[in-house]
Design a protein around this ligand. Sequence first.
Ligand code: ADP
Length: 327
Amino acid sequence: MKAIKTIGVLTSGGDAPGMNAAIRAVVRTAAFHKLKCVAIFQGYQGLIDDVTRVMTPRSVNNIINKGGTMLKSARCLEFRTKEGRKKAFETIQKHEIDALVVIGGDGSFTGAMIFQKEFDLPVIGIPGTIDNDIYGTSHTLGYDTALNTVTEAIDKIRDTASSHNRLFFVEVMGRDAGHIALNAGIGSGAEEILIPEENMGLDRLLESLKRSEKSGKSSSIVVIAEGDKTGKNVFEIASYVEKNLPYYEVRVSVLGHMQRGGAPSCFDRVLASRMGVYAIETLLEGKSNLMVGIKDDNMILTQLDKAIKGKSKINKELIRVSDILTI
Ligand code: ADP
């Protein structure tokens, strides 16, 4: 592998709080090691269209506390084609970029892996997604912030639920993974939590809600992940329950995109800083095709293909804890 003098960095796919802190860490670590850093805007689209800017440590002042990504993100169909990737590589050659840091989710890593194979360009991935659904790290960037955002939102919903004897169904993000629902559900004292990994079934949900009504609870909150296993959406589940439990006044709240926004938590800022430093140091050691991650508070590396194909499992202990505490 030839000596690395110039690093490229981009954010791709869904944005997540902490991406800016990771960009800052990549840019400053590159400068620390006397490397040039070229930022690429709008993900792979910017690589194809050559939307780039040389970054210095001062280019990333005052972004550690900002949500979203200053480099913008995009979904780019053209990068899925060989011709698109050829154009992208022309930008790499034009700016003499020797290695690329991709901050994104598993889609972005798939693109990075294909690009690396086709053009023999070293790449390192930094996992940024609020869903925490990437194998090879206990936490992805943005996940901790999203948990805090969701918990705070449910706390507010609880105020109105308890004032009116209402049963609230709160839908949170998570098409394939229940990490947000499970953790924010426990953190906000939800009555029941429906996730994609476990089929709870509507009858069990009804039984549980009946039990809590009998035990004296006058309001309840059920947290539902977008991709829960019942096969019904949150409105269908709510109307089914309303029909069967007429004493509850049922309401639905879909939290939506607010879960992706906001200032990153301290945890996400520190994680992003560590991942950014580690990504550059890993490239300087001559390694490539890896994702940086964290496990038991240590930085670790995972092959990109494993990070993409592997499944990040929920902690079943949390289901047990939730079941016990909703007595
Ligand atoms: P995320 O990274 O958050 O999972 P996406 O799945 O939308 O988000 O992927 C982001 C981008 O990565 C896509 O818009 C596309 O440009 C690129 N990408 C994803 N899959 C591939 C693929 N199989 N080949 C080439 N590029 C891909």
